[in-house]
Design a protein around this ligand. Structure first.
Ligand code: KG4
Ligand code: ZN
Length: 340
């Protein structure tokens, strides 16, 4: 017998996402983003994000059904992000998901946003091996997670950034360099013409007495900004290609060094890298090189599944349904600062 079709809803930040998954297979996904509305404020404005979710919720759910050639009545379960995230934004998604589950008479499941990011890779590469190491790197997260069975065991949070996320570092330095937003892809592009050894940027939290699995990118951001400023004070323009290549090298070095060390120390044979920064060419190349040397398999999902989306939430819902997990009550609440 076929397992139920799961509709996943994501609304923790500025993306309203809906995805449809059955038996580990992605049947469709649709996303509306309010990114442009936040651009002139230099960051996500929670009130604007919440209003945008109200506006986009129904059209996005309708669009995903149309794309998959399915109807509302085909939905057999609803999964929704309960946290972490912006509370107003999460509330809109949860209210919509509850309404759908109640009116269709189907079970509702609450999903942790980071579990969703982890599960995204299963939609492209199949079930995750148990255990596996996951590095989540985006504009909002930089976390190293030890994952066993997503439907049954809690994720073990090994480390996190203590200040800025890796993507945030790229975005902020790009702004100082005068490169367009989002900064990560711009740095990646400019870095192709530069020398990654031109500037000796620091490798934060990699000393013998530092936390092995935590990250810090705020000092690196300041170093890059100061480097550019010093060139300008001397009346010249900084060689941005070299600055970008050296910054990218420092970020890729720290991320892959810590992730591969974590695999070694925990005897884990697979590393999954997810989030927008997983698109970075140097993170990928150095990750592949270091994983190969350590005998670790590297998995990176396609970019459309790396950024926030509803398919990844549906993927976790599908795992929960198939594991026979207990559905959530209809009075379930959001948990904006949910721990892992
Ligand atoms: O996962 P994502 O789309 O959104 C969240 O932050 O949740 O990640 C966006 C981040 C941005 O900081 C962006 O600059 C970065 O991912 N990014 C990159 C690249 N493509 C996107 N960073 C470095 N190199 C790239 N090629
Ligand atoms: Zn996210």
């Amino acid at each position: 017998m076929k397992s139920p079709l799961v509709l996943g809803i994501e609304s923790s930040c500025d993306e309203t996402g809906a995805g449809l998954v059955r038996d580990g297979r992605l049947l469709g996904h649709a996303v509306a983003s309010s990114m442009d509305e936040h651009a002139r404020f230099g960051g996500v404005v929670p009130e604007i994000a919440a209003r945008a979710h109200v506006h986009s919720f129904t059209p996005v759910v309708r669009e995903v059904l149309v794309r998959a050639g399915l109807r509302m009545a085909d939905i057999g379960a609803v999964a929704v992000t309960t946290g972490p995230g912006l509370s107003g934004a999460l509330q809109v998604g949860l209210a919509g998901a509850k309404t759908l589950a109640f009116s269709l008479g189907v079970p509702l499941y609450g999903v942790h946003h980071l579990a969703g990011h982890v599960a995204a890779d299963t939609l492209e590469h199949g079930p995750l091996p148990d255990p596996c190491m996951v590095l989540i790197v985006s504009g909002g997260h930089t976390s190293l997670l030890l994952v066993r069975d997503l439907a049954r065991d809690p994720i073990v949070h090994l480390g996190d950034t203590i200040d800025d996320a890796a993507g945030e570092c790229f975005d902020k330095v790009a702004r100082v360099f005068g490169l367009p937003y989002p900064g990560g892809p711009a740095i990646d592009r400019v870095a192709r013409e530069g020398n990654p050894r031109a500037v000796a940027f620091p490798r934060p939290l990699t000393g013998p007495r530092d936390s092995r699995y935590d990250f810090s990118f705020s000092g690196l951001k300041t170093s890059a900004a100061r480097w550019a400023e010093q060139h300008r004070l001397r009346g010249g323009e900084p060689p941005l290609e070299d600055g970008a290549a050296s910054l990218q090298e420092a970020v890729a070095d720290v991320l892959t060094r810590k992730a591969v060390a974590a695999c070694r120390e925990h005897g884990v044979g697979t590393l999954v890298v997810v989030g927008g920064v997983a698109a970075n060419s140097r993170v990928r190349a150095l990750g592949e090189e270091r994983c190969r040397a350590a005998g670790v398999t590297l998995r990176v999902p396609p970019l459309k599944l790396c950024t926030d989306n509803g398919a990844m939430i549906a993927a976790v819902g599908d795992l929960l349904v198939r594991a026979g997990a207990e559905p959530a009550p209809l009075d379930m609440s959001i948990d904006p600062s949910a721990p892992l």
